[in-house]
Design a protein around this ligand. Sequence first.
Ligand SMILES: Cc1cc2nc3c(=O)[nH]c(=O)nc-3n(C[C@H](O)[C@H](O)[C@H](O)COP(=O)(O)OP(=O)(O)OC[C@H]3O[C@@H](n4cnc5c(N)ncnc54)[C@H](O)[C@@H]3O)c2cc1C
Length: 234
Amino acid sequence: MSEQDTYPQGPRTTPTRLRERAGYAVDAVHAVLDEGLICHVGVVVDGEPVVLPTIHARVGRTLYLHTSTGSRLTRLAADGGVPVCVTVTLLDGLVLARSQFHHSMNYRSVVVRGRAELVTDPAEKSAALTAVVDHVVPGRADGSRPGDAKELAATAVLRIALEEASLKQRSGPPSDDDEDLALPYWAGVIPVALGFGPPRPATDLADGVVLPGHVAGYTRGTADFGSASPPRVE
Ligand SMILES: Cc1cc2nc3c(=O)[nH]c(=O)nc-3n(C[C@H](O)[C@H](O)[C@H](O)COP(=O)(O)OP(=O)(O)OC[C@H]3O[C@@H](n4cnc5c(N)ncnc54)[C@H](O)[C@@H]3O)c2cc1C
């Protein structure tokens, strides 16, 4: 794999525990960033850490965060940039082992270390906001009104260059100790996926507005629950 294909692995992006679950492949890191609807942004404010959820979008090797112009994070970013740690977590399964100790979760998670800077260039800001809207619902930017001057003034976009990122993941069955395998407890995995219901149109839709394809066919992720054998409930 070339440097182009992997994020560099350094002390700041190497887990202390279970390093074998970590990876740095650019495509795999980006896939998690793109599938996750939201991220969590960690930042130190007045010497104390705070972690806030927000919406993000990736454009190439740049991660954009959607914030408000009045938020503390925005003010810190506007003041020459601020170090942040951004995480995106996808939950794939609940892992139930015979022993409580080996209960776990199947997941894919990405940690991005970097510096958040305020986007001030109007063209970059506009493109980033389009990317944020399309990140949540692909095709939605073309299916909605763009922000006007007042709305854009109230919205801030932060830029983080994707230079340090790690992926960690777990998959597969529980890993019970051999001496526990004969215990009379059920063990296995409950698969998890994000679910979406049928779209509910606004009651005040203008006449003639039909359900667009990007809404009707909305799905996210690669949920494959397979064909488990019929459950035996006792
Ligand atoms: C859904 C879910 C549930 C989890 N449950 C637990 C739990 O109950 N107990 C527990 O100990 N751990 C849990 N983890 C794993 C946890 O996120 C850490 O990886 C783990 O605590 C080991 O931290 P560390 O000290 O090795 O990381 P550190 O050494 O502090 O991390 C150093 C660097 O390693 C990378 N890194 C560490 N963890 C991750 C990660 N998860 N994803 C991507 N990069 C990472 C980052 O770049 C980070 O900056 C869970 C993870 C997920 C996604």
